[in-house]
Every structure is written in C-alpha cells, then in structure tokens.
Design a protein around this ligand. Structure first.
Ligand SMILES: [Zn+2]
Length: 316
C-alpha cells in the first residue's frame, strides 16, 4: 500500500486567508522556517504491481482537491481516453465542510463511488441540495453505506497468502456533527456516526487514519497501537491555542480536537507499545510545530512522530 499526502493542514489551510497569527504572518513574509500546506487529503494506491491502469482511493474530500489532483501526476486522467480518472472510491470521515466540499470539485459528469456512514450521506443528500450535482454523471455517483467497526475488530488478522484487497473499518471517534445541520436532522442521527477514523487493512498491513481525535473516549488507542502506519490528529499544540492567538473563544477540546501537549494530551496518551510509523496530520495554522525552529517542533520529533507535509509519500 502506497499513501500520498495531498494535503496536511486543518480547515483553512496554512496560511489561512484571514489569519494574521504569528505563523501565518511569518510564512507570508518569508521569515518562517516552514512550508505552506493545503487542507487535509490522502490518496491510497493499493493496486497490484502489474496493473496497467492504477486506481486510487481517496480519504476525505478536501476543499483543495482540485489543485491537489492537478499537482499530482498519478491522479491525472488516463491518456488516450475521452474522460476517465484514476479516482475510484472516496471515503468520508465526517460531514464537516473540510471533508465534503471537495466533492463539488468532482462534479464534471464523472462516476465514482462514495463510502460513508449512513448519517453522513443523509446530511449531504437531504439537506444540501447543491450536492445533487453529482447525480448528473453517467452512471451517477454511487453511495455505499459503511457500518461501524466493533471495539474488538482491531484484533482482526488477515491471511498474508491471499491476494490483498483493501478492507476498511470505520472507527467511531465520538465527535460532534457539524453546526450547519438542522436541529431536526441532528435529533435523528446517532452520535457515534458523527466522526470516524478509518483503519484500512491491505494484506497483513494496516493504515489508521484519524485526523480528528475528539478525546471523549480512548477507542482510538488500540487501533493506533496495532497499525503499521498511523496518520493522526496534529491540529493543535495546546488546548488554549485559539484563545491565545485570538482566533476563537473556544479551546481545542471544545471544538473536537485533543491537543498534542499537556496533561491527557495526545502525546501523553499515545500508546507506548505502538511500533508503527506515526505521522501528525491536519495541522492548524496556529500550531507552533509548523515552525521548524520551534521547541514544539523538536518535541514532537523527539517523541518519535513525523509531521505530514503536502506531497509526502508513505509505504507499508
Ligand atoms: Zn494563522
């Protein structure tokens, strides 16, 4: 399995259009040791080596998807065809704007498959009529329902001798639904479907993708511990980061992200027994780890984490 990080920032990207925080200001004027990042998106190549046409699985549908696809040669249309795409399937982890807006970039009469929990499909299809534009394709974009993994599913082992295929598990992370949906619909949706991470098995290997860890429970820990590659929530360094930078009156935890540092933060909760590669993704523009000369940047590297960047390629 080969994974390409097409985007690694949280909502708004880095720099964010309306943000004059220390990070964004210094990135714009060239005084920050660090790089710009687009909004989080990954693509997975799980084709056998002999495949002539290589199809990709997307996780998330980033607001930056169009530019990310244009900038990635493997995702360009197949040559000598009228209209075709290496994009086959999209997995949606939530109905947050940053996870579904990219679908609108894909409205050009192209069929593909969307996999999500039933609640996410309802939010997109029932209350947001603009997404009906995806039905214009022939055949139309098709939705497939996922069910939630059981807590013990992380112990599943797959036969290494069989031809590997991508097997997804949707892991409930106990987050909240986006604030734009109606109270009526919200009351009908089960809370455990609001935000999921995805564990993808491919042969004996496992990728765990969880760019949002609300931290209300510890369901993510056993999945992180048992995976060969973990792409996990690096949104905020500290709980009061948005308050201190004047960006919001809410803490990181109040908007659904466990901060990296502090008591009970992600770094302290991350399972010590985990042996897989661990990469922070979905990094907010205010996060000091984006400054490669900062003590916080050094601290996460010393804790054994890598920091995702656009164009990063990972193999397991
Ligand atoms: Zn900023």
């Amino acid at each position: 399995m080969r994974i390409k990080v097409l985007g690694s920032a949280a909502g708004g990207g880095f720099p964010q259009w309306n943000c004059a925080c220390r990070n964004c200001t210094r990135l714009r004027d060239g005084s920050l040791q660090g790089v710009a990042r687009t909004q989080t998106q990954i693509a997975i190549d799980c084709n056998p080596d002999y495949a002539l046409r290589r199809y990709w699985v997307f996780v998330n549908a980033s607001p930056d998807l169009r530019a990310q696809m244009l900038g990635t040669r493997e995702l360009h249309p197949f040559l000598n065809t009228n209209g075709s795409t290496p994009l086959s399937d999209i997995f949606l982890p939530s109905a947050d704007v940053d996870s579904i807006m990219g679908l609108l970039h894909l409205r050009e009469f192209q069929g593909f498959r969307i996999f999500s929990l039933p609640s996410i499909r309802r939010i997109v299809s029932e209350e947001n009529s603009i997404f009906r534009v995806l039905r214009r394709a022939t055949p139309p974009v098709q939705w497939f329902p996922l069910s939630l993994a059981k807590p013990a599913d992380w112990q599943t082992q797959y036969d290494q001798k069989e031809v590997p295929k991508l097997i997804p598990h949707a892991v409930s992370l106990r987050g909240d639904y986006p604030d734009y949906i109606s109270e009526k619909l919200r009351a009908e949706l089960p809370s455990q479907e609001a935000v999921v991470g995805f564990a993808f098995h491919y042969g004996a290997k496992r990728l765990f993708f969880a760019p949002t860890i609300p931290g209300h429970d510890q369901s993510w820990i056993s999945w992180a511990q048992s995976s060969d590659l973990v792409l996990i929530d690096g949104t905020f360094w500290s709980d009061d980061e948005l308050i201190r930078t004047g960006r919001s009156k809410k803490t990181a935890r109040q908007i659904g992200h466990l901060p990296l540092s502090g008591p009970g933060g992600l770094l302290s909760q991350y399972p010590a027994k985990a042996t897989g590669r661990k990469v922070l993704i979905h990094i907010n523009n205010t996060n000091p780890i984006l400054d490669e000369n900062s003590a916080e940047h050094r601290a996460v590297l010393e804790a054994g984490f890598e920091i995702a960047y656009d164009g990063m390629e990972l193999k397991i």
